[in-house]
Design a protein around this ligand. Structure first.
Ligand SMILES: *Cc1c(COP(=O)(O)O)cnc(C)c1O
Length: 394
């Protein structure tokens, strides 16, 4: 029998803090009782802080990240809208499928693996049509590629085009000044860097996106996802009044408030820097082992996870070996490439000590597969060297 619990290091769900798990385990209360109403109200207020969107409308809904994608798309689009999707991997492609499912025919600008499209190419594409909306993924979880949101937001400044961002693997860890940068919808889910078990879809929506949604002549057919159903509920709870459309996941919302409280106590700026620093140091550890990541440069490498090519001659047995050494890793999910790489998450409450342990486990796992072209401890040393550099990002 193993005497320890493996560390869950996949890119979501992640490890959750003891206080968050404890909040989940309290007796369930009435969803219209004063205690819960105040908790929901607090969650909506905290969402504004964590997603940097003070005057936006928040939605906290029972559902996974995919539901948040559905809510974002189906509430603002209508038939024959021109839509652009900037495709950096698996979840951008899911958005393509989702929008096609509603009968629209989106344009797709696909990036080369491990990169984002150049600014020139984006400008050229945007100039071609009057797009109703541009969709993109802040951190693509299949490739570990980070998108520079500020840059694209600048391109859309002053235009009517809505900017809709999938922040499922980025929110609460990667910088996004949602309101300041003019992002119209930023959405996420509970189980990644937001630090709460799976089950909540989280969205922040700009006033103009809400207004556009209402002005549609032929709204897409939706029901559980419809803002018409949820808006009165969110508005009521925000004022401290109960309301009902579908029963909210009471325990999860208590857990979310606990996690947001931890996140806000850490401070968003510090937290964002911590993720950048941990991820950078982690990549130095990988390099010391001769391993390569999918993102081709540091500037497009996600702060929240790493997608790592298997060394030659090794495949998914590495994931098995990692599990034997105490770490749960994820395989590849990008079609065509999925057998060539694996993924490790480094977001949420995981800290530098966790990552040192993960790198040590990775060294041991590689040794046990006879990949021994490095000295044991070299990834750990490379991580520590990078991590203790005082001038990091300063
Ligand atoms: C995880 C993820 C999703 C899907 O979320 P689910 O909770 O699995 O439905 C969507 N987009 C991105 C970027 C993700 O990382």
């Amino acid at each position: 029998m193993k005497h320890h619990r493996n560390k869950l290091m996949i890119p979501g769900p992640v490890e959750f803090s003891p206080a968050v798990l404890n909040a989940m385990a309290q007796p369930t209360e009435s969803h219209v009782g004063a205690n819960f109403v105040n908790t929901f109200k607090k969650a909506l207020e905290q969402l504004k802080t964590v997603f940097c969107a003070n005057s936006y409308q928040g939605f906290i809904l029972a559902g996974s990240g995919t539901f948040a994608m559905d809510v974002a798309a189906s509430n603002v689009l209508e038939q024959n809208d021109q839509v652009l999707i900037i495709d950096t991997g698996y979840f951008s492609q899911r958005m393509v499928q989702l929008i096609k499912h509603y009968g629209l025919n989106p344009d797709v600008l696909t990036a080369k693996l491990g990169t984002v499209p150049s600014l020139d190419l984006i400008k050229e594409t945007l100039a071609k049509k009057d797009y109703k909306a541009v969709f993109l993924t802040h951190v693509d979880t299949s490739t570990g590629v980070l998108f520079d949101l500020k840059l694209i937001a600048q391109q859309l400044q002053g235009k009517d085009t809505l900017l809709i961002v999938d922040g499922v693997a980025a929110a609460a860890a990667a910088e996004c000044k949602t309101e300041e940068w003019g992002i119209d919808i930023y959405f996420s889910a509970s189980q990644k860097a937001c630090g709460t078990p799976p089950g909540l879809a989280l969205l922040m929506v700009s006033p103009r996106a809400l207004a556009l949604a209402e002005q549609r002549k032929k709204p897409l057919p939706n029901y559980y996802a419809s803002w018409q159903n949820w808006l009165p509920v969110m508005k009521a709870y925000a004022q401290g009044d109960p309301a009902y459309f579908g029963t909210p996941p009471v325990n999860l919302i208590y857990a979310l408030v606990e996690s947001f409280t931890e996140i806000i106590a850490e401070g968003m700026e510090i937290r964002i820097k911590r993720h950048l620093k941990q991820a950078f140091a982690f990549r130095q550890g990988l390099k010391a082992l001769g391993l390569q990541t999918i993102p081709q440069t540091d500037s497009v490498a996600a702060p929240t996870l790493s997608a790592i090519y298997y060394p030659s001659g090794i495949g998914s047995e590495l994931i098995k070996s990692l599990a034997e050494n105490g770490v749960v890793a994820a395989g590849g999910i990008l079609p065509k490439f999925q057998d060539q790489y694996f993924r490790l998450g480094h977001m949420g409450c995981c800290n530098y000590l966790d990552l040192i342990a993960v790198l040590a486990a990775l060294e041991q796992a590689l040794y046990s597969l006879d990949y021994c072209c490095f000295d044991l401890g070299s990834a750990v040393a490379a991580f520590q060297n990078a991590y203790i550099k005082k001038n990091f990002l300063e």
